[in-house]
Design a protein. Structure first.
Length: 276
């Protein structure tokens, strides 16, 4: 990332409006404690007015990435909404006292938000992945949500960020009238991209990562019992070992260690409070 782009991005994330959304810090990142339905309604309400908001769908990898990348950590800290995608994050929220916390995963956000967007006559835009995947998503969305308006799709280059191309893409998004933009550029690129252009995009942007190929049917979705048990990461590792083994090996052990430290510290604090 060039110094100019980095400076601009930090200026923008520091100027983002803070919304009164309850959060609980998990290994240093504030994660939303609202129920699934409440988070979806929050997104839809922003989209009705085409508010420039960033929604980050957090898992273990994302939180550890934030620990190792200060720019990325600032993006998450100043995002309008950070949802708990991974089950370990939900477990941590509940252990920290947020008993109402529910998993708000990327694929579920896509489906629930599209359903509500169709009802509220809010159009959506799909950004990322390949033209083939986008075509399959477009076709399936038309089947699943006949009343949903898909304002447009765009498959950008997977190379480094190109400001000129990005501005052209943003103009297309804004001209389309979309209230919600699903961004699938991969973590942390999609979150950094959303933060960099947050002041220019007249819509709610949601980073959804691998959701596009899952919904398109080109990547298998873990069965519900595997997701509920917290082993979706293993299911994905078996599907994409070359791409994911290094990521998981460098993040999961660190998360477990930091989470245990946070739990112990929290319990010690509760015990001291009880003694007083």
């Amino acid at each position: 990332m060039t110094q100019d782009i980095r400076s601009h991005m930090l200026t923008m994330i520091n100027s983002m409006n803070k919304d009164n959304i309850p959060t609980q810090e998990i290994v240093g990142t504030p994660v939303c404690c609202l129920s699934f339905n409440a988070q979806i309604e929050t997104i839809v309400n922003w989209a009705k007015d085409r508010q420039s908001k960033i929604v980050c769908v957090a898992n273990v990898h994302m939180l550890i990435e934030a620990r190792q990348n200060s720019d990325f950590a600032k993006v998450l800290r100043h995002a309008a909404l950070v949802t708990p995608d991974g089950i370990p994050l939900v477990w941590m929220l509940k252990l920290m006292g947020a008993k109402q916390a529910q998993r708000v995963a990327g694929i579920d956000i896509l489906l629930a938000t599209c359903e509500r967007a169709a009802q509220a006559q809010i159009s959506i835009f799909l950004l990322g992945s390949t033209p083939d995947v986008l075509g399959k998503i477009h076709q399936r969305l038309n089947t699943d949500f006949p009343r949903l308006k898909i304002a447009g799709t765009n498959s950008p280059s997977f190379g480094s960020i190109d400001p000129t191309a990005d501005l052209n893409t943003i103009q297309i998004i804004n001209n389309s009238g979309a209230g919600i933009v699903f961004v699938a550029l991969g973590c942390p690129k999609q979150e950094l991209w959303m933060a960099q252009y947050q002041d220019k995009i007249q819509a709610v942007t949601i980073g959804v990562g691998a959701v596009f190929p899952v919904y398109a049917g080109t990547l298998k979705h873990a069965p519900k019992f595997i997701r509920s048990a917290g082993f979706e990461w293993l299911f994905r590792l078996i599907q994409e070992p070359r791409r994911l083994w290094k990521r998981y090996a460098s993040t999961i052990p660190i998360f477990i260690w930091l989470a245990l430290k946070q739990i112990v510290k929290n319990k010690a604090g509760i015990a001291r409070g009880a003694v007083k």
